[in-house]
Design a protein around this ligand. Structure first.
Ligand code: FES
Length: 64
C-alpha cells in the first residue's frame, strides 16, 4: 500500500528500511525517502508503519 504518494513510497519499503537500514523515526525516514517533505499528509501513517514494525520486531525477538 502506498503511504507517501508524493514520493511513491510503500509500507513495505518503510518496514524494510526500519528492519534493515536502522530507520527509527520520521526524521530518518524523511532523510532516506523524502517521506513527509512535500504535502505532509503521509506523516501520521508513516509513523504508524514505523511503530508497528518496531513492535513486530521486538515481539519476534521475545519469541526467539
Ligand atoms: S504524501 Fe508524503 S509528502 Fe505528500
Amino acid at each position: 500500500m502506498f503511504v507517501c504518494l508524493c514520493h511513491g513510497i510503500t509500507d513495505k519499503q518503510i518496514a524494510r528500511a526500519v528492519r534493515e537500514e536502522g530507520v527509527g523515526n520520521m526524521r530518518d525516514l524523511r532523510k532516506q525517502f523524502g517521506v513527509g517533505s512535500q504535502c505532509g499528509k503521509c506523516v501520521q501513517l508513516a509513523q504508524q508503519v514505523i511503530d508497528n514494525t518496531i513492535v513486530d520486531e521486538s515481539l519476534f525477538k521475545e519469541v526467539c
